[in-house]
Design a protein around this ligand. Structure first.
Ligand code: ZN
Length: 344
C-alpha cells in the first residue's frame, strides 16, 4: 500500500483506492472517507460526478455534504473489500465528525487518518480517543509549540461570566464562531444566558440542520439582511451568534455603534489576545478551538504508538520536526507531494 498526498490524501492498494477527504470525487476510486463538513475537507466542486464511490462518514456529515455540495452521497458507517476495511470513531471536532480507522488486510496493519480532531469533551462533543495504530496520519493545525491552550471548561465558564455581566449591564453581546461547529457549541453552552437570541443567516441555517439531526440547541431568530429594517429594544439585551471573520466586520461595527454591542471572539488565535482583539475589534476573547492544541497532539501520538506518522494541514513541518526530536518516525505531508515509499 502507498500513501499519496494528492487530492488531499489517498491510499493506493494493489487493486483498489481509498480517498480521504478528497478535493475531487474520483469516480474510479473504490471508496471515500469524509471526516466532517468543513469546506476544507469537502470536494471543491458542486458539480455532481457521474459515479460517486460509497462514502464512509456519519449521517450528519452526509447531510452537511448535501447542504454544501448540492448532491447526496451513499453514506456507510463502514466499508470493506478484499484489500482493506474502514470503520470510524468519533473525532470530537464538530457534531458527529469522525476519524477513519483502516485495516490493510494483507499485512494486518492499522492506519488512522484523523481529519480534524479534538480530544477534549466539550458540551455535546465527546473527545477523540486515540487509537493504537501502525501508521498515523495526523492533522497539525496547532502543531507548533506556541499553541498551548487553557482547558475548555475553564474558558467557557469565564466566557459565561463575561456575557452574564455584560447582559446584566444592559449591553447586547455578539458571540463570534464559524457557522459549522463553533456556533453550535456556543449556542449549546451559552444560549441559556438570554431569551432573546439572533443568528446570522448561515449560522441560523446550520442551527436548523443540526436540530433536524437531533442536536438540542436553543432557538434563535434570523438577523435580517437590512439592519435598518430592525430595531432592537434598547432596554432588553440580546445575544447575537455571528460568523467569525478575520477582521473587523461592518455589520458588527454598525450594531456596536447603535446598541453598544459587546463583541466576543472564540478561537485558538485568541491565545495572542491583544492582537486578536484588535484585528476583530472585539471587546473580549476566549481561547477555544475545535482542534486539539500542541500538547494534545503530542499526547495523541504517544497514546497511538505508531511506527510511522504523517503530519498534514497547518503546522505539519513544525510538528513532524518536534516529533522526530522525541524519537518518532514522523514526516510532514504536503499537498501535491506523492509519498511513493511503500510501507508494507
Ligand atoms: Zn474542520
Amino acid at each position: 500500500m502507498n500513501i499519496f498526498c494528492k487530492n488531499r490524501v489517498y491510499l493506493k492498494f494493489t487493486k483498489s483506492e481509498l480517498l480521504l477527504d478528497p478535493k475531487i470525487v474520483d469516480p474510479t476510486a473504490n471508496c471515500m472517507f469524509i471526516s466532517h463538513g468543513h469546506t476544507d475537507h469537502l470536494p471543491n466542486s458542486r458539480k455532481r460526478p457521474t459515479i460517486i464511490p460509497p462514502a464512509v462518514c456519519s449521517i450528519a456529515t452526509a447531510r452537511i455534504f448535501l447542504e454544501r455540495k448540492g448532491y447526496s452521497i451513499s453514506q456507510h458507517d463502514s466499508w470493506e473489500n478484499d484489500e482493506f476495511s474502514i470503520t470510524t470513531v468519533p473525532g470530537g471536532h464538530t457534531f458527529d465528525s469522525t476519524v477513519a480507522v483502516i485495516n490493510a488486510k494483507d499485512s494486518g496493519q492499522k492506519i488512522v487518518y484523523t481529519g480534524d480532531i479534538n480530544i477534549e469533551d466539550r458540551g455535546y462533543l465527546k473527545g477523540y480517543k486515540p487509537q493504537k495504530c501502525n501508521i498515523l496520519i495526523l492533522e497539525a493545525t496547532w502543531g507548533n509549540r506556541d499553541y498551548k491552550f487553557p482547558a475548555f471548561e475553564k474558558q467557557i465558564s469565564q466566557a459565561r461570566e463575561y456575557v452574564q455581566n455584560e447582559l446584566a449591564k444592559g449591553y447586547p453581546v455578539a458571540l463570534l464562531g464559524y457557522p459549522l461547529g463553533k456556533s453550535q457549541l456556543l449556542n449549546y453552552c451559552l444560549g441559556d444566558l438570554c431569551d432573546s437570541r439572533v443568528s446570522s443567516n448561515s449560522i441560523w441555517k446550520m442551527e436548523q440542520l443540526h436540530r433536524e439531526l437531533g442536536l438540542n440547541l436553543y432557538e434563535t431568530n434570523q438577523l435580517p439582511k437590512n439592519l435598518h429594517s430592525i430595531s432592537f429594544d434598547k432596554t432588553n439585551p440580546w445575544i447575537l451568534f455571528y460568523n467569525h471573520t478575520r477582521a473587523r466586520d461592518p455589520v458588527l461595527s454598525s450594531l456596536k455603534k447603535k446598541y453598544n454591542l459587546k463583541i466576543v471572539g472564540f478561537s485558538g488565535w485568541a491565545k495572542d489576545e491583544t492582537s486578536y482583539k484588535y484585528r476583530l475589534g472585539a471587546d473580549a476573547a476566549f481561547t477555544i478551538s475545535d482542534h486539539s492544541d500542541y500538547g494534545s497532539l503530542l499526547e495523541i501520538v504517544k497514546q497511538s504508538q505508531p511506527e510511522k506518522i504523517f503530519t498534514i494541514f497547518g503546522n505539519a513541518a513544525d510538528l513532524a520536526r518536534d516529533l522526530q526530536k522525541e524519537g518518532f518516525n514522523a514526516v510532514p505531508l504536503r499537498e501535491g507531494q506523492s509519498t511513493l515509499e511503500s510501507f508494507f
